[in-house]
Structure formats: structure tokens, C-alpha cells
Design a protein around this ligand. Structure first.
Ligand code: ZN
Length: 166
């Protein structure tokens, strides 16, 4: 297994700052107006519950992504960064970015490798989302970080419920 290197202390504290910032002041914490889909995600292991709403244009662009809910700082920060990263992007990019985020969270990819796996326009988003990679040592926390993404993918697939317990 090709694991990425452990985080150094500087990166670790930068990552903690980003998560605290988004966890305390989440972006797009609301309901999307005229949403084309809505899905709820539930992570019973931690008690995180998020509801993601999104509006997809006829051309397949994610015009708006937002979320509401209650959860730990990791789940809220992940949802907040997700909503910022994907607004204005083609809906098809959501799955691609989720795959990269998942691999960051499990330690399969580091930030540079994750950047190479997504369209270049998402490079800045990966810099922020890489802050979630601190959860790699805590498998339970990986579910917190990926919960909003599961909810968004369900939303785009037209499903209304998702859970990390599958
Ligand atoms: Zn959590």
C-alpha cells in the first residue's frame, strides 16, 4: 500500500486552523433556493446529520450547493468546504472531487497527488480540503469527513437518504 508521508507539525496546525474556521463559521449553511435535489446524511457513529441541497442547471452545472445540520467540527468543515469548492462546477466533477477527498482522508493520496486527480481549477479547493487529511489516523473520523459528500452524491443521484452505515 502506497501511503503518503505523515504530516509535519506546521502543516498539522495549519490544517487544524482551516477546520476550526470552517467548523465555527460554516459557508453556505442554508437551504438552496429552488433546489433541484435534497438529501440527508446520517453518521450514527458520531451523531452527525447533514442535509444537502443543490441546484443543477439544465446544462448540468452545480449552480448552488448548501447544507444544514448538526455535527462535529470535521463534518461541518467538510460540508462547508465542499459547498465552496463545487459551486459553479459541472455536476460531474462532484464525484471526481469526492474520490480525491476520500483518498486524502484515508491517506491514500497527499495534497499534490489529489490535485493531479482533479481538474486544475480545483487546485485551491484541494489545498483547503487537504486539511481533512488529518483524520487518516482515525477511521471513525473518516466517516465524519465524507458524510456531506455521500449526501451530495445521493442528492445528485436523486436519492434522499444516505448513511455511513453501509
Ligand atoms: Zn463527526
Amino acid at each position: 500500500m502506497n501511503q503518503s508521508a505523515p504530516l509535519n507539525d506546521d502543516l498539522r496546525s495549519l490544517y487544524q486552523e482551516i477546520i476550526l474556521d470552517h467548523g465555527k463559521s460554516p459557508r453556505n449553511f442554508r437551504v438552496v433556493e429552488h433546489a433541484s435535489c435534497k438529501a440527508q446524511g446520517n453518521n450514527p457513529m458520531c451523531g452527525d446529520r447533514v442535509t444537502v441541497t443543490a441546484r443543477v442547471s439544465p446544462a448540468g452545472v452545480l449552480e448552488d450547493v448548501a447544507f444544514e445540520g448538526k455535527g462535529c467540527a470535521i463534518s461541518i468543515a467538510s460540508a462547508s468546504m465542499m459547498s465552496e469548492a463545487l459551486a459553479g462546477q459541472p455536476a460531474a466533477v462532484a464525484q471526481q472531487l469526492f474520490a480525491a477527498v476520500h483518498d486524502l482522508c484515508t491517506g491514500k493520496l497527499d495534497a499534490d497527488q489529489a490535485k493531479a486527480a482533479v481538474p486544475p481549477v480545483l487546485g485551491d479547493s484541494i489545498d483547503k480540503l487537504a486539511s481533512l487529511s488529518g483524520v487518516r489516523q482515525f477511521p471513525v473520523r473518516v466517516k465524519c469527513a465524507t458524510l456531506p459528500w455521500h449526501a451530495l452524491i445521493s442528492c445528485l443521484d436523486g436519492k434522499t437518504q444516505t448513511t455511513t452505515e453501509k
